[in-house]
Each structure stands twice: as structure tokens, then as C-alpha cells.
Design a protein around this ligand. Structure first.
Ligand code: ATP
Ligand SMILES: O=c1ccn([C@@H]2O[C@H](COP(=O)(O)O)[C@@H](O)[C@H]2O)c(=O)[nH]1
Ligand code: MG
Length: 241
């Protein structure tokens, strides 16, 4: 069973895709886009003249496929801000509020936290960053997540990366991670794998059809995998180094 791989076909590596702002649903980024294109600055609302429409990359893959590990390398090499949806939720769950308890229970069950909660956390993190290039790790995990992000943030990703790793390897990595995560146990991992197949694969399918998906074979060493990622970010447009 663990040898199963996600049967999924997507576009081959191609040159960097074009920007695709969603112009009819952008309560937040429309203001940013306006400030960028007109040069208007509204200091009361905190919109800076330096702010540009953000370059967003989503990174998806099953539990333990290496998303967090590779995102750290992308940040170091290409100057992105790393937003891990899981980390944002784990921070939020450490409060003993009703919301914190709900997040803890959901993560323990390997299920998906309500979209609005996650998107609001991502929005806050984007708003408080000085960076303009974001790598969003482990999101969107479902079509509902994706649609909620589009509604609230109003920007589409330029690029969506999928780490394709065999289940046996993912399970081995998660069970030896040793970071005290409440979902790093075999019962939760099995549930997360099912959730990935049922709810996350349709998201990959959506971006594949839009020509935005890049599949990375993620069974090798950390360095081998990073070498496969490098060309995606080497374009002048996204590189700061
Ligand atoms: N290529 C690799 N080879 C071996 N071990 C790896 C590799 N990449 C990551 N790891 C290790 O596997 C574990 C899981 O990696 P990581 O946390 O990056 O995965 P993830 O996709 O973010 O998982 P999750 O969705 O559960 O957060 C970590 O302990 C990490 O050090
Ligand atoms: O968009 C998201 C991201 C994460 N979750 C929940 O958190 C855990 C852990 O996420 P990692 O990305 O693996 O750190 C995940 O299994 C979900 O329960 C979420 O609900 N929505
Ligand atoms: Mg992770």
C-alpha cells in the first residue's frame, strides 16, 4: 500500500508563467495593486508606495514529502518569505481559546481547518511582511481553501509546486521527524494521506489544467531535490541574489 504513488499527470517544467491577477475579487490586493500602478500612497491604511503585487508560489505534497525542508532552501537562496500554513495554525492553536482548541482537534484528526481561519492567518502574515515574494507551504489543501484564498486575497499564484513522493518514504520521514508534532503518529499520517488524495489532488488538477503546476520527484536527497527546484526560481523576475 505504501508503495502507491499519486497517479497524477501534470505539465513538464516550462518557462516562468505570466502574472494572473484576479481583477473582479480583490478586496485587499486591489488596494495594493492600485498603489503600485498609480503611485498613490495611503499611509493611514498602511499601504506603502513600495508595495507591489505579490509573487505567490504554492507548495503542495503529502505529509513528509519535504515541503518545509525545501521551502527553507528556497528562502535562503532566492529570498522568498516562507509562509507555512501548518506553522501559522500551530502557533494559533497554542492559545487555549475556543479557536485554538478547534485547530488542535482538527490537526490531530488530520483534517482541514476551516478555510476562513487559515486564509485570515495567511493574509495577516502577508500584510505584515516587507517581502513581495511569498512561498506558501502546505496550502491550499482543498478546492474550498483555494476558492477562499482567491476571494479574500484576490491574487492567483504564479507557480504551484507539487512534491511527488512515495507514501512509504513520506511515512518514514514523518515518523522519524521527532519535533513533537501532535500529528506525527501513524494513525494521523494515514488520515492525512487519505485527505491529501481526496481533497488536495483536485487542487493539483485545477492548477495543472491552468498550466501552473510543476511536479518535482521528491524521493531523493535534500540536495538532489533542490537541484530540480532551482531552475523554477532562477528566472531574473523572482531571483534577488
Ligand atoms: N529528501 C529528504 N530525504 C530524507 N529526509 C528528508 C528529506 N526531506 C525532508 N526530510 C526530513 O523528513 C521530515 C519531513 O520533512 P518536512 O518537514 O520538510 O516535510 P513536509 O512536507 O513539510 O511535511 P508536513 O506536511 O508533515 O509538514 C523532516 O524530518 C525532514 O528533515
Ligand atoms: O492549509 C492548511 C494547512 C494545514 N492544515 C492542518 O495542519 C496540519 C499540518 O500541516 P502541515 O502543512 O503539514 O504542517 C494538516 O494536516 C492540517 O490538519 C490545515 O488544516 N490547512
Ligand atoms: Mg511542513
Amino acid at each position: 500500500m505504501w508503495r502507491r504513488r499519486f497517479a497524477f499527470v501534470c505539465s513538464p517544467l516550462v518557462s516562468s508563467p505570466k502574472s494572473t491577477l484576479i481583477h473582479n475579487q480583490a478586496p485587499y490586493w486591489h488596494e495594493y495593486a492600485k498603489a503600485f500602478t498609480t503611485g498613490n500612497v495611503n499611509s493611514e491604511e498602511g499601504i506603502s508606495s513600495k508595495v507591489k503585487v505579490p509573487f505567490i508560489t504554492f507548495v503542495l505534497g503529502g505529509p513528509g514529502s519535504g515541503k518545509g525542508t525545501q521551502c527553507a532552501k528556497i528562502v535562503e537562496t532566492f529570498g522568498f518569505a516562507h509562509l507555512s500554513a501548518g506553522e501559522l495554525l500551530r502557533k494559533e492553536m497554542s492559545s487555549n481559546s475556543a479557536k485554538g482548541v478547534m485547530i488542535r482537534d482538527t490537526i490531530k484528526e488530520g483534517k482541514i481547518v476551516p478555510s476562513e481561519v487559515t486564509v485570515k492567518l495567511i493574509q495577516k502574515a502577508i500584510e505584515s511582511s516587507n517581502n513581495n515574494k511569498f512561498i506558501i507551504d502546505g496550502f491550499p489543501r482543498s478546492e474550498e481553501n483555494r476558492i477562499t484564498f482567491e476571494k479574500i486575497i484576490g491574487v492567483e499564484p504564479e507557480l504551484v509546486i507539487f512534491f511527488d513522493c512515495i507514501e512509504e518514504e513520506m511515512v518514514k520521514r514523518v515518523l522519524s521527524r521527532n519535533q513533537g508534532r501532535i500529528d506525527d503518529n501513524i494513525e494521523t499520517v494515514k488520515k492525512r494521506l487519505e485527505v491529501f488524495v481526496t481533497l488536495s489532488l483536485p487542487v493539483l488538477d485545477y492548477y495543472s489544467r491552468k498550466g501552473k503546476l510543476r511536479k518535482i520527484e521528491a524521493n531523493g536527497t535534500v540536495e538532489e531535490i533542490f537541484e530540480k527546484l532551482r531552475p523554477l526560481f532562477a528566472a531574473e523576475k523572482v531571483s534577488i541574489k
